[in-house]
Design a binder for this molecule. Structure first.
Ligand code: TTP
Ligand code: MG
Length: 389
């Protein structure tokens, strides 16, 4: 798949002291006080605490008895999960209104792909707007990172908490990373950190310049990936989960459509919307489905599966139109929908000079990652379809 090359801009948003902030929202008298959320349901540990409580050394996962020792005068509250989930949903709605490409990572954080949104004011202005909307509409504080990729964006959002806004440009990345400890790179845990130390490598800058043999000894198959991250490079796409199982769009009309031509125009429009979402998600699919709901609410769906991976508007439309031709629209159509399923990620990423068996391993890792995201069946279907070729 060829795309116009834009500078990528990925935004990472992470809410500040999330559970505690929601408690303060619901009881404004707590504002400015040390608030510690945790309790029986969380097996006697701190879930999180307000920044006032953090000054006393209290932090997530700390046993509550220890928190009580460090900060006896704090307000202790039990976890009210349903309430946090409710606010989380409102936050995610703001994200989804901002970009078609939102990847939720946890209850209080997400990636948004803001690439190519110059006509909407540019990534930086949009990112500020998201932070402002969360504050103004929900009365909650978020920290924001804006960067050319996921790795840097997540790193950035954590640099000036709470209520931080940190932008990292491609030019700034290497110098910013260089003095940071290697553990800032996700996937570098205690043991890798120790091994690197034996080679005298403690900072990301040293890691970026390290001999390939050393990296191979410590990271094996992932050496290439780690080196790229150390250089501030990361091409993982933002993948929105709800759109990933099948990417679809539907439209309900104000007046029932009764002729082929107007249905066809509608299907053309829907095909374009679906194609765009597919490509933004770096996905392609084998099956195109057309959904038709008639004036009496009777609904039918028709599907066509192709050997080819489909992601272009024209291909989606061609199959959907074929199916539409066989349907009598005279009784009146109140809704049309087009979707693509049997999703697969085309191997269009540049190969980073790995040997053959390592490439195979990489590919399998990619498939596993896909499976964990989209469910096993989709991958099975993808592989079977490929085998047919
Ligand atoms: P975090 O984003 O890690 O923490 P936070 O939002 O409370 O604070 P920060 O400003 O540093 O981002 O986690 C989000 C929520 O997840 C947090 O509010 C409570 C919950 N949580 C736990 O229940 N247990 C834990 O160990 C952690 C880390 C988080
Ligand atoms: Mg948070």
């Amino acid at each position: 798949m060829k795309e116009i090359v834009h500078q990528r801009w990925i935004m990472h948003v992470d809410m500040d002291a999330f559970y505690a902030s929601v408690e303060i929202l619901d009881n404004p008298e707590l504002k400015g006080k040390p608030v510690i959320v945790g309790g029986r349901s969380a097996r006697g540990v701190v879930s999180t605490c307000s920044y006032e409580a953090r000054k006393f050394g209290v932090h997530s996962a700390m046993p509550l008895f220890e928190a009580r020792r460090l900060c006896p005068h704090a307000v202790y509250l039990p976890v009210r999960m349903h309430r946090y989930a409710e606010m989380s949903e409102k936050i995610m709605t703001i994200f989804r209104e901002t970009s078609p490409l939102v990847e939720q990572l946890s209850i209080d954080e997400a990636f948004l792909d803001l690439t190519g949104m110059e006509r909407l004011g540019g990534a930086e202005a949009i990112a500020h707007k998201v932070q402002e909307r969360i504050q103004a509409e929900l009365n909650l504080s978020a920290s924001v990172g804006l960067a050319p990729n996921k790795f840097l964006a997540k790193l950035a959002s954590d640099l000036r908490k709470p209520h931080g806004f940190v932008k990292i440009t491609p030019e700034e990345a290497a110098a910013l990373l260089a003095p940071m400890p290697v553990a800032k790179i996700f996937g570098i845990g205690r043991s890798a950190e120790e091994k690197l130390k034996q080679f005298g490598i403690e900072r990301i800058g040293q890691l970026a310049a390290a001999e390939p043999e050393i990296l191979r000894k410590v990271f094996g198959i992932n050496a290439g990936q780690v080196k790229l991250l150390a250089q501030g490079l990361d091409d993982r796409p933002v993948v929105s989960e709800e759109e990933a199982k099948s990417v679809g769009k539907e439209n309900t009309f104000d007046f029932d459509l009764t002729d082929f031509a107007s249905c066809r125009d509608e299907v053309l429009d829907l095909s374009g919307q679906v194609g765009w979402r597919l490509r933004r998600n770096h996905l392609a699919g084998h099956t195109v489905t057309l959904k038709v709901k008639f004036a009496d609410f009777h609904t039918i769906t028709r599907s066509t599966t192709s050997d080819r991976l489909i992601a272009w508007d024209e291909e989606i439309f061609a199959l959907a139109e074929q199916m539409l031709r066989k349907i009598n629209v005279k009784p009146g159509v109140r809704l049309l929908g087009v979707s693509v399923s049997g999703l697969f990620r085309p191997e269009d990423e540049p190969v980073l000079g790995f040997e053959d068996n390592e490439r195979m391993q990489k590919r399998n890792q990619a498939i596993d990652a896909l499976k964990s995201r989209f469910g096993e069946n989709i991958i099975k279907r993808g592989i079977v379809e490929q085998g047919k070729r």
